[in-house]
Design a binder for this molecule. Structure first.
Ligand SMILES: Cc1cc2nc3c(=O)[nH]c(=O)nc-3n(C[C@H](O)[C@H](O)[C@H](O)COP(=O)(O)OP(=O)(O)OC[C@H]3O[C@@H](n4cnc5c(N)ncnc54)[C@H](O)[C@@H]3O)c2cc1C
Length: 408
């Protein structure tokens, strides 16, 4: 199939899917379940696992054809961003057969929301230095520790947990990767409120939590290798979320705000400057979109390379400038709080007016250069892995983890 398939074949498959289950007539889970069964969830995944084993470039054809014939309000990144962007490729690359059969479809439909339990109070950029311990007791692993900034933990069924199974070896070598049932006894999730007014992320306390031994993802002690798959996919997912269409996403909202602005609001000379600023942002967004598409087309199923870091680094900067510009388009109205700003605990992306969305995104975009690895860390990765510059000094690289000085 991989050799012969054409864009027209993919369009025909999408139309067949829509005949069987149209989003106007069935719920999200049914529609997306059928999409998975037709191999149109992640076309580059193998057949039987939501894909067709073809180039990921064809995913854009699926997105375009769906946009033409079916208006859905559940784009991938809104349904289950961590499960779809990071959990699925990790399970595909390192999971057991049981995991692939039982987890992938429910990730794609959004029936099971996923979260990522990597960061800790003293281990963010240096995540390999983490302190959460996993010790083997009979058929279980027993987990004790604390995670932080865990997005969607409050609505998750499964967590991707990185924990230390051996403190006597250097930090990267002593980690293992677990599939954690978030409803297990001893998992306590507490909200952390952001300046957007939302508590999208959480602190997670793990006290004597039992994980069955067959919920290890990858071999014991090779958690870092598995985590790299998750992190590389996270960067690609954040940098080029979904398969963006030309002029869609943040830049599309900005252009619509500009078109519908109060005509009298700007002096003629300011109009010219604003037009130039928006045109420049449009060009940058388009360059980012095309670069992300090229990177996506080049990557193997489940395993993007450092190119994801390029998109993430640039996206963080462009996105911040787009929403800053949106605030200038709104003028003084940008200073007014929207009703509903008060603390909320989202279970899904709220439907908002364009103005409310812009104000929310202006605040939310501050996190773009931190989440999924900071922009400074992206520059380190690109410097070392793409440009071949000398690596940072890493004095703790060969030292047993338990001998590395740390706080607390
Ligand atoms: C909105 C949001 C959602 C998140 N969701 C999750 C999640 O679901 N799961 C999860 O596990 N984590 C999540 N995180 C955590 C995120 O991955 C970390 O915040 C990030 O990796 C940075 O770690 P830190 O906050 O500990 O900062 P630190 O690592 O302490 O960094 C502090 C500063 O030092 C700089 N710095 C650190 N090391 C270097 C270096 N080697 N070279 C140059 N500069 C350096 C950083 O760039 C930064 O400016 C989320 C964060 C945000 C903002």
């Amino acid at each position: 199939m991989a050799q012969e398939i054409t864009a027209e074949d993919i369009r025909a498959r999408v139309r067949k899917l829509l005949e069987e289950a149209h989003p106007d007539h069935v719920d999200q889970f049914t529609f997306r379940g059928k999409q998975y069964d037709h191999g149109l969830a992640w076309v580059h995944f193998p057949e039987g696992y939501g894909g067709l084993g073809i180039s990921p470039g064809f995913q854009a054809v699926v997105a375009d054809e769906l946009a033409k014939h079916a208006r859905t309000n559940y784009e991938d990144m809104m349904v289950n961003p961590i499960g779809i962007g990071m959990g699925a490729p990790t399970v595909l690359t390192h999971g057991t057969e049981w995991m692939k059969k039982n987890l992938l479809r429910r990730i794609f439909t959004g029936e099971d929301i996923w979260c990522q339990l990597f960061s800790e109070p003293s281990a963010g950029s240096d995540v390999a230095g983490l302190a959460t311990r996993a010790t083997r007791e009979g058929d279980n692993w027993v987990i004790n520790g604390q995670k932080v900034w865990t997005s969607f933990a409050h609505i998750s069924k499964w967590g991707m947990l990185l924990a230390r199974t051996n403190p006597d070896v250097p930090k990267h070598a002593g980690l293992s990767y677990f599939l954690l049932d978030m409803q297990s006894l001893g998992v306590e999730v507490r909200p952390l409120y952001q300046m957007t007014g939302e508590a999208e992320f959480n602190e997670v306390f793990l006290t004597d939590v039992k994980i069955p031994a067959d919920h290890l993802i990858g071999p014991e002690g090779e958690g870092w290798k598995v985590a790299i798959t998750t992190l590389m996919n996270e960067r690609s997912a954040i940098g080029g979320a979904g398969v963006p269409r030309k002029g869609s996403g943040s830049i599309g909202v900005l252009m619509n705000l500009w078109r519908s602005r109060e005509k009298s609001g700007f002096a003629p000379e300011s109009e010219v400057l604003m037009r130039e600023r928006i045109a420049k942002l449009y060009i940058e967004s388009e360059l980012l979109r095309i670069t992300s598409q090229r990177a996506r087309a080049a990557r193997k199923a489940g395993n993007p390379g450092p190119e994801g870091s390029v998109a993430k680094l640039v996206q963080a900067d462009v996105n911040k400038r787009i929403w800053e510009c949106a605030m200038d388009v709104l003028g003084p109205a940008s200073l007014i709080y929207e009703p509903g700003y008060a603390r909320r605990r989202p279970t899904s992306r709220a439907k908002e007016s364009r103005t409310a969305l812009a104000k929310y995104q202006f605040l939310r975009a501050r996190a773009n250069s931190i989440e999924g690895g900071t922009s400074e860390v992206m520059k380190n990765i690109l410097g070392e892995r793409v440009l071949g510059l000398p690596g940072e000094p890493r004095s703790d690289k060969d030292v047993p983890w338990k001998q590395i000085p740390r706080n607390g």
